[in-house]
Structure formats: structure tokens, C-alpha cells
Write a protein that binds this ligand. Sequence first.
Ligand SMILES: CC(=O)N[C@H]1[C@@H](OP(=O)(O)OP(=O)(O)OC[C@H]2O[C@@H](n3ccc(=O)[nH]c3=O)[C@H](O)[C@@H]2O)O[C@H](CO)[C@@H](O)[C@@H]1O
Length: 369
Amino acid sequence: MSGCYMIAGGGTGGHIFPAIAIGEALLAANAATRVLFVGTAYGMEKDLIPKQGHTLLTLPVRGLLGKSLAHKAALLWRVPASLLLSLFYLLRFRPKVVIGVGGYASAPLLWTAALLRIPTMIQEQNAFPGLANRISSRVAKLACLGFGEAGTRLRCPSIVTGNPVRKDFKQGGTWSADRPILLVLGGSQGAAALNRILPELLAGVLTPDMNLRVVHQCGKAHEASVRAAYEGAAFQVEVVSFIEDLSKLMDDVRLVVCRSGASTIAELKLVGVPAVLVPFPRATHDHQTFNAKSLAACGAARLIPETELPQAGPILAELLASSESLANMAAAYPSPGPDSARVCAQLVHDLQHKRPLNDILKEHAAHVS
Ligand SMILES: CC(=O)N[C@H]1[C@@H](OP(=O)(O)OP(=O)(O)OC[C@H]2O[C@@H](n3ccc(=O)[nH]c3=O)[C@H](O)[C@@H]2O)O[C@H](CO)[C@@H](O)[C@@H]1O
């Protein structure tokens, strides 16, 4: 089963960490396997992939949506250059399967691989697929979905696998009410609204008898201003731009206040920490509200729209004052399903060995979207 695989995409952690999770699962199945990541030198992958000990190859392609005219004009050379470079990478490394995880670097590699008749697969994290995966789905053999709803917007057959989560997150301990941390988690880039609202909100909620330390993850550009906003706080607080070992920290978290990106939701399901979810209101088709509802519906999380967050003090105070409420939330998490990363890796192997698509879909019939 050995060989080389290429996983393309990036931009934000929401694309990169599922890619890493699939890569880890391919390596766990066979340590002799080679996994190469393909992204850009502009997205978060340029730091995150090498930090995890993996190799990143880059393409010059850049995003299209919401960009200036000059930026869009530059795509006239960036796209063909990316296709040519993709061709070079594919001929040089001869991957058995190419996997796209969304983000603009994934489409050129997937399309070029498909032209070379290399099997291709996509992994879509959200219920509303992004542009790169929609484009790639025209040539991909198969899509692995975080949410079944995405299937209707893609052009290839799809199987609902859930979102792949890095292997560290499988070690979540049992939640208990005496955990010492209240975590504010903005997502891979931080969240401006959480940065603006939470310092003042928490000042009105936290009391010394709660024995809580606040850890606020704010994103790269906002560390100084968020730190200043907490100045003089009557509680212990640590402001960080990015948490490297989030799964480990989660073992000490009593309550998390966070955005509801797809991987954040998948990871919460594994670690079982009670959550207050504040969806990013401008996400495409409001997909973060959709994500948040999946946890709020079972009682594991409270959903607070961003517009209502400044008035959410009483909700937070009530939750933190009642160990029983928090324990009920922790207990309400559904039991995690099969290991999504492993299922995706198995599907990669199926494509590598040219297993007929009908047989693959038949095996996963209950999860075909
Ligand atoms: C604003 C926006 O458009 N966000 C999108 C983006 O979010 P974002 O990139 O925040 O994505 P997710 O919430 O899905 O994932 C964040 C990832 O970063 C990791 N992490 C985060 C903070 C930290 O300090 N340390 C750390 O390791 C988390 O463990 C998780 O694996 O991609 C997601 C997946 O396409 C989408 O669902 C989100 O809507």
C-alpha cells in the first residue's frame, strides 16, 4: 500500500488541519508512505505544515473572492503558472492519489492530476462547499463530506465521513467541573468580535470563587490590543495568538466560548467540553450557524448570535455558577462516530487500487450523500 500521496489546499486552519489528519491516517496505515502537502506561501499552511514535520510544496495561485482588480488580473499568470508547476510536481513525485481539502491551492493540482488520470478525491468540511472544492468536484472521483448537505452542491459522488481530526484530539479526558480554564477560542485566525466583546463581558461575570483562569486565543494581528483590553482584570488571564497544543489544553477547560468552524465542532465532539458557540455571521450561507446548531440541538452547547453576545453576561454567569448545568452539557455530546481520518484514508486506498466506484459506494451506502 506504500507510495506517495499529495494533499492540496490551505489558507486557514479549517482546511489545513483536516489535511494533516488525513496525512497522519495515511502514515499510520503505512509508515513507508510519503505524504506531500501542496499549498501557497501566503496561507497559514506555510507555518503549520512544516511545524508538524511535513513537507509543503507551494503554488503561486491566490484567492479570487473579494479581491481588488489588480489582484484578479494577476491571476492571468498565477493560474497557468500554478497548473504548470502542478504538472511538474505530479511528474516528479508521481502520487498514487491526489486529495484536495479546499482553499485555492487545491484546484490547480486536482485538475492537473485528473488530466494525467491520477485518482483524485476531495474533502469538504462545511455544509456549503467553497469555490475550490466546487470547481474540483467536476473532476474528482469522490468527495468525503463533513456534512451531508454539501453533496447536492458538488458534481462528484460523495460519502459522509465526518470531518477528519488530528490524532492528538483522540485523547480527550473525562470532563469535570473543577477544571481551571475558561477558554476563548477565536478559530485559526482569531475572531474580532470575541476579541472586542469578551474582555468587558468576562469582567462582569467572573468572580474569585469560580477559580477560573481565562485563556484567550485572539489571532496573530490582535495580541497587543486584546492584552490591553484585559489590563486590570480581577482574574488571571493569558492572551495568546495561537495555541499550538490545543488538544492538551482542552483537558483543563471547563467551558469554551468559541466560533463554530467545522473542525472546531468536530474536535469539540471528541473532547466533550461544554461550549458557548458564537457563529461568524458572515461565513458563506451562514454555515457556522448551521454547524453550531448541530451541537446546540443536543444540548452540548449554547448558541449565541454575535449580535446578542454583548448581553450574554447572565447566560455565562448562570452556566459558570452551576456545575450541574455544565455537567449536563458535557454529558449531552453524542458519542463520536468512526474515526473520520481513517475512513478517508481507506477511501484513498480504495481509489489507489482502482476499486470500482460502485463497490465503494455500496459499502458506504448508509452514508452516501
Ligand atoms: C471565519 C471563517 O470563514 N472561518 C472558516 C474557517 O475557520 P477556521 O480556520 O477557524 O476553522 P475551524 O474552526 O474549522 O478550525 C480551526 C482549526 O484550528 C485549530 N486551532 C485553532 C486555534 C488555535 O489557537 N489553535 C488551533 O490549533 C483548531 O484546533 C481547528 O483544527 O474554516 C472552517 C473550515 O472550512 C469554516 O468552517 C469556518 O467558517
